[in-house]
Design a protein around this ligand. Structure first.
Ligand code: ZN
Length: 444
């Protein structure tokens, strides 16, 4: 993967990203990315580009996908190049092409090279991904590359500090897919047809919103506030992602943004300082030109500017579709996790600019890696874990995020934390798990 032609600023950005925050020293300028031996002496560390294809990527290229099994360098999986490091005078020359490896993971390059690999919802499946097949989905390998690079710089006499471990930021997020069980006449009709009883359904319709079994937002906000109080609101934010359109059956139920119940939820979000983001519809995942209109609709109903997004079903299907979010005025996206496999889809646990894998353009849109979604842990189609296994898996991911001074983004839905098994299929333990994880994070 030859990255030193037509680079659109991507190489300086990747070097800076690898070295990490607090890069006041401009240390990336001490790193060369070149095979030109005559130029080696200008740098403290040189990374030699490994491969031969030119960008933009072409369908004919055959040597731009890493081949399994991968080599390792200092215990870290190496996607491109050789695990060889040698001195050329005062310069440390590294043949492990961690720049191409970081580009491959951060841009989701394999998803444009394997367009035919998608699941029934049009998503690239986590189980098909290189990080899963090579056994490192639970490791933020790009951040591990950063640690290697800082180590090589120090060996070459450049005094780069390691970032202080610890979780830098926590995003507690909730997608509002099915806000209520029975708050419309349509809901009463549905329950009557199902045999749930018209009396019970009518009571839910006419009773207080808080009595609806799926309306667990007050409980979720209470949990979130506990953590926000413990670690500080600047370090922990709560977000609701709200739908504002969609036509497919995956987008149902469509709720009315101007109804008293949704307006009540929006009012609570304002008083509790919970942020609002667009939950782009499944339809918009298929046709991203719809994103701007959905955002507009939500802005009108919420009476505030919307800058955050997450796609329903995490079904932002093609990497290039991010350009439509950017065009619609979205500044931050929280979609980047695999539904079937929690872990580090972008290879990092830190917020990163979206890099278009086709053009290699570094955009102004920031991607916040999704660490874990509730149903990914429990759903029989996904990980299908028991409570104790799910807790252990989450702890393992959280520890990695802390080790590399990253961000945590949790996604828990209102309809998985009812605590009633009839509403919590397939796992009744998400309420307990969320409560436990929040408690453990307050103690960090
Ligand atoms: Zn959703």
């Amino acid at each position: 993967m030859l990255m030193n032609n037509c680079d659109n600023g991507v190489i300086p950005y990747i070097l800076k990203f690898l070295i990490g925050e607090g890069n006041a020293g401009g240390w990336q300028r001490r790193v060369g990315y070149t095979a030109d031996r005559q130029a080696f002496h200008r740098y403290a560390v040189v990374i030699v580009p490994a491969s031969t294809i030119c960008f933009p990527a072409s369908a004919e290229a055959e040597d731009d996908l890493p081949v399994l099994p991968l080599a390792e360098i200092e215990g870290v999986p190496l996607l491109f190049g050789k695990p060889t490091v040698e001195w050329a005078g005062e310069t440390l020359v590294v043949y492990a092409d961690i720049v191409a490896g970081a580009f491959f993971l951060l841009s989701r390059y394999e998803e444009i090279r394997r367009r035919d690999v998608r699941d029934r919802y049009g998503r690239f499946p986590g189980r098909e991904s290189l990080p899963c097949r090579a056994g490192f989905i639970h490791r933020p390998v790009v951040d591990e590359y950063g640690r290697l690079l800082r180590g090589w710089l120090r060996r070459a006499g450049v005094d780069v500090p390691e970032p202080e471990p610890g979780i830098r930021k926590i995003w507690l997020t909730h997608d509002v897919d099915v806000p209520f069980f029975c708050r419309t006449l349509r809901g009463v009709l549905r329950e009557t047809v199902r045999g749930g009883g018209i009396g019970k359904a009518w009571k839910l319709l006419k009773g207080p919103l808080e009595a609806d079994p799926l309306y667990t937002f007050p409980w979720l906000i209470e949990q979130d506030n506990r953590l926000r109080k413990a670690v500080g609101r600047h370090r922990c934010e709560s977000l609701l992602f709200i739908k504002a359109g969609g036509r497919t059956k995956q987008d149902k139920p469509l709720y009315n943004l101007h109804s008293a119940d949704i307006q009540s939820l929006l009012a609570i979000s304002r008083t509790e300082q919970v942020g609002i983001g667009l939950h782009s519809s499944y339809s918009a995942g298929k046709d991203p030109t719809r994103i701007a209109a959905e955002k507009e609709r939500l802005q009108k109903a919420a009476g505030r500017e919307i800058r955050y997004n997450r796609h329903h079903y995490l079904a932002l299907c093609e990497p290039e579709d991010y350009s439509w979010l950017e065009r619609a005025g979205i500044t931050d996206d929280f979609t980047m996790g695999y539904a079937d496999l929690p872990g580090f889809r972008l290879g990092t646990c830190r917020p990163v600019r979206w890099i278009n894998p086709a053009t290699r353009f570094v955009s102004s849109l920031t991607l916040h890696p999704l660490t874990v979604m509730d149903v990914s842990l429990s759903d029989p189609r996904y990980m299908h874990l028991r409570y104790d296994e799910a807790l252990a898996y989450c702890r393992q991911l959280f520890d990695r995020v802390a080790l590399f001074a990253g961000e945590l983004a949790l996604l828990w839905h209102n309809d998985t934390v009812t605590g009633e098994s009839s509403f919590s299929a397939p796992a009744p333990w998400h309420r307990k798990l969320y409560e436990t994880l929040i408690q453990e994070l307050t103690e960090q």
